[in-house]
Write a protein of this length. Structure first.
Length: 242
């Protein structure tokens, strides 16, 4: 697929292009409206089609819970393998489309690996994730960043003290959630591991606050996010972050 088409979708998904402008520009790159229509499903795959673990998988216990956050009650999907043994916790942070079917599926996948997995809905203060992913993206931009980080810090505390938790909590996040995972590493001393995927780096001056071990993933052609890697890496080494 043409890199220009991927770049356009990246701009659209981050909110710098509205859908009408995105489709118009995609048609130019693809060589026509019909070609754009053919490419679009590959750029915008249905989250339902990507399901790996069924909602009613007999190996799992799944439920929705609410925990106290900075902005009030936060709704979250909770999943774990069946049994009464204590498990390490993992917070799964969604992209800028909210807590959708895909992220709930990822949460179940994490649970099957032997974790107490929880996927909070960051849009809880605004009424929760809507069905329309474009509306979710707009709402994400309306969140108070500082309060949102505190809502995730509260999620760490919730999992750390959960009756079925070993007390160890990590986080995995994607895109917007990857950046939030980095912020959680900065702001939660209770976090033991953070695994962001192509997330925005925290401020260099905040890096020494990180106590968790990090496993950082980046996409090869994501120039916007990757531009921060050198300074972030240097700060991590200087602060002796694992």
């Amino acid at each position: 697929m043409d890199k220009k088409a991927i770049d356009l979708y990246g701009r659209y998904s981050r909110g710098s292009l509205d859908r009408r402008e995105f489709i118009k520009k995609l048609a130019v790159v693809a060589g026509g409206t019909a070609a754009a229509d053919a490419i679009l499903p590959f750029l915008e795959r249905s989250s339902a089609a990507a399901q790996v673990v069924a909602k009613d998988d007999p190996r799992l216990v799944t439920e929705y819970v609410k925990y106290p956050g900075e902005t009030g009650e936060i709704r979250a999907g909770l999943a774990r393998p069946k049994g009464d043994g204590k498990l390490p916790g993992v917070i799964v942070i969604h992209e800028n489309r909210g807590l959708n079917a895909h992220i709930e599926d990822v949460n179940r996948r994490v649970a099957l690996e032997g974790f107490l997995a929880m996927a909070p809905d960051a849009l809880s203060p605004l009424g929760g994730t809507p069905e329309d992913p474009d509306k979710a993206r707009t709402l994400i931009g309306q969140l108070d960043k500082e309060k949102t980080v505190k809502n995730y810090v509260a999620a760490v505390k919730y999992l750390k003290t959960h009756p079925l938790s070993t007390g160890k909590v990590g986080v995995i996040g994607f895109c917007w959630g990857g950046g939030m995972a980095n912020q959680l590493a900065v702001h939660s001393a209770d976090l033991v591991a953070a695994v962001p995927y192509y997330g925005s780096a925290p401020a260099v001056e905040d890096v020494p606050k990180i106590k968790a071990s990090l496993l950082l993933h980046y996409a090869g052609i994501d120039e916007r996010i990757n531009s921060a890697i050198p300074a972030f890496e240097e700060a991590l080494k200087k602060a002796s972050v694992d």
